[in-house]
Design a protein around this ligand. Structure first.
Ligand code: AMP
Ligand code: ZN
Ligand code: FE
Ligand code: FE
Length: 306
């Protein structure tokens, strides 16, 4: 499995992670059918094995429903598993702020409560978007949408998949441009949580909170990003996603520098969604692979906290 824009062999040979063997790579950011990925949790784990990964964290959006299945399959295949989640938080357009949570207690009331609230927000929003699409002449129903999603997290990527399949849009990004993106005719915002609420719930659940794909905040400068990171750290943030499929090599260097300066943990992952997102392959964060050491550092931080 390789991303389309991955590096060639000679380029890869000069990467900072070259000293790790195949089995020393992990992926700490991916999605399954429990949210908006196209593969079931156990299928993601089997793919991780084929990709030569020794560790995995499943980080579905706003739900922990896929974790038990993924943990079981990881145990069967001898892959180290870290419980994960990705919480969508309130943030000014056109940026997005997602907080990754790792190593929490999957039984935690704080995390269950937070996820329940986010599922409820989607329940309020989805029928509005579907009726608007119908007003616009699109043949789509809530039943069809539920079937497309297959889990509790039902959202715009599932609507986009239906729009593409039925020929209303040429591609998933086109469906967002034409109907589903902010300012487009079928868009409704959904109620989200404040970054503080997300970070605090993860911490209260015994987990480690990490800022996902920091470039998506769309800050004007590295200085602005550093100020935001300091604010988030006061709320309990402990790490930053250094490697991600949207990050250039330069972005990864900048995040590395910020992690060092601020004493943050580093994480990385593919943000793999199966067929529901182009340009992301499990085990690859763009051109880079994520060293197992990142997972070990997360586990150490967690162990120290308990
Ligand atoms: P939702 O949580 O239902 O609001 O959907 C958000 C998800 O839609 C994000 O996590 C992305 O995976 C996807 N998404 C958002 N904007 C776009 C876009 N322009 N093109 C493709 N996917 C997008
Ligand atoms: Zn997603
Ligand atoms: Fe995200
Ligand atoms: Fe993600």
């Amino acid at each position: 499995m390789r991303a389309t824009r991955s590096a060639g062999a000679s380029e890869r040979a000069s990467m900072p992670v070259r000293c790790y063997s195949m089995s020393q790579f992990v992926d700490l950011h991916c999605h399954s059918t429990a949210s908006d990925g196209s593969l079931r949790p156990r299928e993601v784990v089997r793919l991780a094995q084929r990709a030569g990964l020794s560790g995995l964290s499943l980080t579905d959006h706003d739900t922990i429903d896929g974790l038990a299945e993924a943990a079981e399959e990881c145990a069967r295949l001898g892959i180290a598993f870290v419980p994960g989640v990705e919480i969508s938080c309130r943030w000014p357009f056109p940026g997005t702020l997602h907080i990754l949570g790792y190593c929490f207690d999957p039984q935690s009331a704080a995390i269950t409560r937070l996820c329940r609230r986010l599922v409820e927000a989607r329940r309020q929003r989805n029928p509005r978007m579907v009726s608007r699409l119908r007003e616009l002449g699109v043949d789509i129903t809530m039943e069809e949408l539920a079937a497309e999603a297959g889990g509790q997290i039902v959202g715009r990527p599932h609507m986009a998949a239906i729009l593409v399949r039925k020929g209303y849009a040429g591609s998933i990004p086109h469906a967002f441009e034409k109907y589903l993106g902010p300012g487009r005719p079928a868009y409704f915002p959904k109620e989200t949580v404040e970054p503080r609420e997300g970070i605090e719930a993860i911490t209260e659940g015994g987990g480690v909170a990490v800022l996902a794909h920091p470039t998506q905040l769309k800050t004007k400068s590295t200085g602005d990003l550093e100020r935001i990171l300091r604010d988030l750290m006061e709320m309990g943030l402990q790490g930053i996603e250094v490697m991600h499929c949207d990050h250039s090599r330069r972005d990864a260097e900048i995040m590395n520098g910020l992690a060092r300066r601020l004493g943050l943990l580093r994480t990385g992952g593919s943000d793999f969604h199966g067929n529901n997102k182009e340009g992301s392959a499990l085990g690859w964060a763009g051109d880079l692979r994520v060293p197992r050491a990142f997972m070990e550092e997360l586990l150490t931080r967690r162990a120290r906290a308990t």
